[in-house]
Design a protein around this ligand. Structure first.
Ligand code: GLN
Length: 221
């Protein structure tokens, strides 16, 4: 599996190491043409207003939506989640791509708890995930099609919708690769799906053929 890490600014090296530990081929992406051939992309944390400016300057403001529309999966962490969101509270001028139905509020956890760690119950994990939050945005609202994967004090902090995942903490700093694995599994599941579709019979079948026949992929035809 080939996964890119947007390397314009911020915490991209640790993401690369996590992906490599999980056996993925990781590539740092600095130009839109380097998205070619990737199955997925991580947009790391950093300073979202800086990332937004660089993304526009290099043409990622159009290249990332095109990559997504062409079937690519994207995982945004912290500032990356801000870039992927539909709306940034109080910052209508800042670039965001609207690839996931979230409203985010930047730096909304206040000075006292600007950076903190917390044990999260993540959907599908059998033990808590120790998450590192660094001047994290708060997810103020999620759309009806967005799945909440984890919450902290009631707020969603990890979410997914279609081919997009977002987390407001830094999973690359925990020394625990389970969140990266979750992303890779979702990318792999989508890569497998077109093949399964293609294997479905296209010719009309007699009713007796249809009844209870199990197809090559275990689907009940
Ligand atoms: N506070 C940053 C912003 O709003 C995000 C911080 C991070 O990515 N760790 O852009």
């Amino acid at each position: 599996m080939k996964i890119g890490i947007l390397a314009l600014q911020g915490a991209f090296r640790e993401h690369r190491l996590a992906l490599e530990r999980l056996g993925a081929e990781a590539r740092e992406v600095r130009l839109p043409e380097q998205l070619e051939g990737l199955d997925g992309l991580i947009v790391p944390g950093g300073e979202s207003s800086t990332v937004a400016k660089l993304a526009t300057a290099y043409g990622f403001d159009t290249a990332l939506p095109a990559f997504h529309a062409a079937g690519g999966s994207i995982f945004g962490t912290c500032a990356g989640a801000i870039l992927l969101a539909r709306e940034i509270e109080g910052r209508p001028e800042q670039l965001r791509l609207g690839l996931i139905d979230l409203t985010v509020a930047r730096n909304a956890y206040g000075r006292q708890i600007a950076s903190f760690e917390a044990d999260l119950a993540v959907r599908g994990f059998d033990a808590p995930f120790r998450a590192v939050f660094i001047r994290a945005p708060r997810i103020a609202s999620v759309g009806p099609d967005t799945t909440v994967l984890a919450r902290w004090r009631g707020d969603p902090v990890a979410v997914a919708q279609g081919r997009v995942m977002a987390a407001v903490f830094h999973p690359e700093l925990s020394g625990d690769d389970r969140v990266h694995r979750l992303f890779l599994e979702s990318v792999a599941a989508r890569a497998a799906a077109p093949g399964a579709d293609a294997a479905r019979p296209t010719e009309p079948q007699s009713p007796s053929d249809r009844a209870g026949t199990v197809g090559p992929h275990g689907d009940l035809r």
